[in-house]
Design a protein around this ligand. Structure first.
Ligand SMILES: Cc1cc2nc3c(=O)[nH]c(=O)nc-3n(C[C@H](O)[C@H](O)[C@H](O)COP(=O)(O)O)c2cc1C
Length: 338
């Protein structure tokens, strides 16, 4: 309760400033004072009954809620996110070479809809810098590394970037996410179909035989269900572990960026529902849900449909760590989810 009021005070003050400025300032404190910040703003209770495993046993989270990509792109605050009880932290999107991303401003708040809009374009310190940090991490939260191509890499050559990143991070990550769905890197979403998709998955699958680190494909909520089916079929064909559904949507009337948070929830849910109904469980494809989850009730809805793993970004900005604490409290004793 105290932590929740404290976060609310922080949020009210922070929302007077530029979102990216606040984000970077917050990350500075979370990176340098992880334990103090965890005590100040609250954390989830720990309970062995929260342990969540995929059907194939390859994904193993101590709590079914993880941090979605983009919150800690350069892996600076892993110890903090671990300390507050998340089941997983997905860093990135990481690109092979450092790059600055798109022009600022590039994060916009939509408080009326408890949503954010971003046009970041993969600002990244690059794989060498991020690798140094993730290689040192030894927390309990599973470590995901979300990978993407550099802006200057042409789409037909993108598979080289992904392969390079997979080789770099597979030995130190619990899972790798192939991000094909950011709306802010020109042409990226073309990689979700046709020959581009096949070439990419073929080269990754070839290397995966050696590393074994699970691979997830992160998809856009703006795909048709036929397009979703095509990707799911490819995931099965290449024996990859699953899909993250979904990234942000460009289905809005603003000039730039992808919308996340409550605005995205219903759209993203249609894709998740389809995937869970058709591929969840028996076919051994894990579906990680992302997109607009903002309450325990949202999580329960996903768990009831057979989903297990959930990621948050935007609701964590609006509600902070007390949301994680509240979900953990309500999850205790519940029969769904695992
Ligand atoms: C500011 C911001 C930056 C993001 N950056 C990334 C990214 O680098 N890679 C990625 O795969 N997703 C990125 N995302 C998308 C989130 O990981 C997530 O898929 C999406 O926001 C939907 O979840 P949410 O509604 O809980 O925020 C970003 C989202 C936001 C708001």
């Amino acid at each position: 309760m105290i932590a929740s009021n404290f976060y609310e005070l922080f949020r009210k003050a922070a929302f007077h400033f530029d979102p990216e400025l606040v984000h970077n300032a917050a990350l500075f404190f979370l990176a340098n004072f992880p334990q103090t910040m965890a005590q100040l703003f609250g954390r989830a209770i720990d309970d062995p009954q929260f342990i969540t495993q995929s059907a194939d046993g390859k994904l193993n989270w101590r709590f079914p809620i993880g941090v979605a990509a983009g919150l800690d792109k350069d892996a600076v605050a892993l110890d903090y996110f671990d300390a507050i009880g998340f089941g997983a932290v997905e860093v990135g999107t990481v690109t092979p070479l450092p790059q600055v991303g798109n022009d600022r401003p590039r994060i916009f708040r939509h408080p009326g809809e408890q949503s954010l809009r971003n046009s970041m374009g993969f600002p990244s310190e690059g794989m060498e810098a991020v690798y140094q940090r993730v290689a040192k991490y030894n927390g309990r939260a599973a470590l995901g590394v979300n990978i993407g191509k550099n802006k200057n890499t042409p789409i037909p050559e993108a598979f080289n970037d992904y392969l390079l990143l997979y080789k770099k991070f597979a030995p130190v990550a619990d899972y790798i996410v192939v991000n094909l769905s950011s709306p802010n890197t020109q042409g990226l979403r073309k990689l979700q179909s046709g020959e581009y998709l096949d070439n990419l998955l073929k080269s990754l699958a070839g290397h995966k035989d050696r590393e074994k680190t699970p691979i997830f494909i992160k998809i856009s909520p703006d795909l048709s269900l036929e397009e979703v089916d095509h990707i799911a079929q490819r995931v099965l064909d290449f024996a990859l572990e699953g899909i993250i559904a979904t990234n942000t949507t460009i289905d809005h009337s603003y000039k730039i960026g992808g919308m996340s948070g409550k605005y995205l929830y219903e759209k993203s849910k249609i894709i998740r529902h389809h995937l869970l109904a058709k591929y969840g469980g028996e076919s051994k494809m894990a579906i990680i849900g992302a997109g607009g989850f903002s309450s325990f009730a949202d999580c329960v809805e996903f768990w009831k449909e057979g989903g297990k793993f959930i990621q948050l970004y935007t609701s964590f900005i609006y509600q902070g760590p007390p949301l994680i604490a509240a979900i953990a409290k309500e999850l205790r004793g519940l029969k769904f989810g695992n």
